[in-house]
Design a protein around this ligand. Structure first.
Ligand code: GLU
Length: 293
């Protein structure tokens, strides 16, 4: 299968050195494999996405020397696909409505069991309050404009990944430089460390996890190149692929670009924005050197 990878930024702030590394590495890997490098705009968060940031993304990436096929897929145009997948999961009894606020969740977790982790890839690990209520009162039609969570225990059960030893969830993974190996993770660990994640947010009608999985499949992505900070999110994505009958790409989690204090760069790190280096006269080659490529 021809290598197909993507860079999928959210237009919610300036691209910084971490994004440059991810995009350049993905494009280099595609070139080395004579495959394709695709750009996708992840703009489901309408409250934070801005056309000006999107325009800046195209401009910065072109300046870095990257090329991608047009038209570019934009998640804001894919609501119908996300909605159909949510309907199917709802009909299979894998989702439930959640009305908990952040404060409710924090309070329910204020007396955690000893040794139980509190934080998962999406923040506080949901204690399951609404799952217990809604398993008793379920309607046929999926509530829209509601927070919907995945019943992770049920998801693992229907995909056959409940067992603590013999039925691992597997996917192939490499670090950079590439050494492809197999990651095995087990149902009880997923329940404990990830739990019932949100698959549809009230204002978005979807979530990052659901959209990314559906879009990677729709675009025929064979290889996902992303930061090591998304490793746990990848576990969620593999569970969703199994549930939705979608292929699992190979995953390549790369090292993170850090600031002078060793902290991972975030969108607010304007000091390392590519546009700033550009305005100071840097060349694309300088950016490559800064990120170690
Ligand atoms: N939009 C996500 C981000 O900017 C995409 C990352 C991914 O799924 O690989 O972090």
């Amino acid at each position: 299968m021809t290598f197909r990878t993507r860079f999928a930024p959210s237009p919610t702030g300036p691209l910084h050195l971490g994004h440059a590394y991810s995009a350049l590495l993905a494009s280099d890997m595609a070139q080395a494999a004579r495959g394709a490098f695709i750009l996708r705009i992840e703009d489901i968060d309408k409250s934070r996405a801005r056309p000006a940031w999107e325009a800046q993304i195209y401009d910065d990436l072109a300046w870095l020397g990257l090329h991608w096929p047009e038209p570019v897929m934009r998640q804001s145009k894919r609501a119908a696909t996300y909605s159909a997948a949510l309907d199917a999961l709802w009909q299979r009894g894998l989702l439930y409505e959640c009305s908990c606020t952040r404060a409710d969740i924090a309070e329910a977790l204020s007396a955690p069991q000893e040794g139980a982790p509190l934080l998962g890839p999406d923040g506080l690990i949901y204690p399951g309050t609404c799952r217990r209520i809604h398993s008793l009162t379920k309607s046929d039609t999926r509530p829209t404009d509601a927070v919907l969570r995945l019943n992770m225990a049920e998801a693992l059960r229907v995909t056959g990944h409940t067992d603590a030893q013999t039925m691992p969830l597997e996917f192939s993974e490499s670090c950079h430089p590439q050494h492809i190996g197999t990651v095995r993770t087990y149902g009880p660990d997923i329940l404990r460390n990830i739990g019932d994640i949100v698959l549809s947010r009230r204002d978005m009608g979807t979530s990052y996890h659901l959209s990314v999985v559906l879009d990677d499949a729709a675009q025929g992505i064979t290889d996902v190149v992303r930061g090591a900070d998304l490793f746990e999110a990848t576990v969620i994505h593999v569970v969703l692929q199994k549930l939705l009958g979608l292929p699992t790409p190979r995953y390549h989690h790369h090292r993170l670009i850090r600031d002078d204090h060793g902290k991972r760069l975030a969108k607010r790190d304007d000091a390392r924005a590519i546009s700033l280096f550009r305005s100071e006269g840097a060349r694309a080659q300088d950016i490559r050197q800064m990120v170690g490529l």
